[in-house]
Design a protein around this ligand. Structure first.
Ligand SMILES: CC(C)(COP(=O)(O)OP(=O)(O)OC[C@H]1O[C@@H](n2cnc3c(N)ncnc32)[C@H](O)[C@@H]1OP(=O)(O)O)[C@@H](O)C(=O)NCCC(=O)NCCS
Length: 183
């Protein structure tokens, strides 16, 4: 007889909260699972230190007391409005496809809009097609390629979204937050 197959968990109870230094040890573990050469403790410390000075925003997704994801944004003031770069986003492999990255990005997008950001951008591994799909849902489109940007010579796809400051973007964020389109 076939084993009973339970439906895949599609939503997460994770809380979205500011990332702090106490999240760093678990974040370093998640980095090692996500990337060939992930961020070290000192990189996280340096990034989080810049939050207080207004240059970065970092959010954590926490289930119970366990860090299950995090994402960061670098806001750069420009002449025609501010730009924001997504610095990193990682979700625990055991908690993927439950909408955690979506919720982290929705929260960062709302903060970015509040800071007057008119365009946001990121680099993503050419092989990370799942991540690219996630970003497309937020209105990002490929804008170029940085050859051999990553270790082992992998190319980066540069993606941009220029509609984050538009009035209608808030509606998109509401839909994404509600999981519209998710099964
Ligand atoms: C990319 C990553 C952050 C996505 O996290 P997640 O919490 O699983 O993403 P979500 O559940 O919010 O996914 C939202 C949508 O993105 C797309 N998506 C995400 N992961 C996908 C995958 N592996 N394959 C195809 N589509 C994917 C889907 O459209 C998904 O919606 P659906 O589940 O209803 O089909 C996670 O896979 C990860 O940590 N990867 C390793 C690190 C990394 O590559 N980070 C990006 C660096 S630029």
């Amino acid at each position: 007889m076939n084993a009973l197959r339970l439906p895949t968990m599609r939503s997460s109870e994770a809380r979205i909260t500011p990332m702090t230094r106490r999240h760093i040890p678990r974040a370093v573990e998640l980095e090692a699972q996500a990337y060939p050469r992930g961020w070290s403790r000192s990189v996280f410390r340096s990034e989080l230190d810049q939050v207080g000075r207004g240059g970065r925003r970092y959010l954590a997704a926490v289930e119970g007391r366990r860090l299950v994801g995090y994402a960061g944004l670098w806001v750069v003031a420009g002449t025609g409005g501010s730009e924001a770069h997504i610095t990193n986003i990682v979700v625990d492999p055991d908690h993927r496809r439950c909408g955690i990255a979506t919720r982290l990005l929705v929260a960062l997008a709302r903060e970015a809009r509040g800071a007057g950001v008119t365009g946001w951008t990121l680099e993503v591994r050419a092989s990370a097609t799942g991540a690219q799909e996630l970003y497309r849902g937020f209105g990002f489109a490929p804008a170029g390629v940085r050859k051999a940007y990553y270790e082992q010579g992998e190319d980066a796809v540069v993606m941009w979204c220029h509609s984050i400051g538009d009035d209608g973007y808030d509606g998109l964020l509401d839909q994404l937050e509600l999981g519209e389109g998710r099964s």
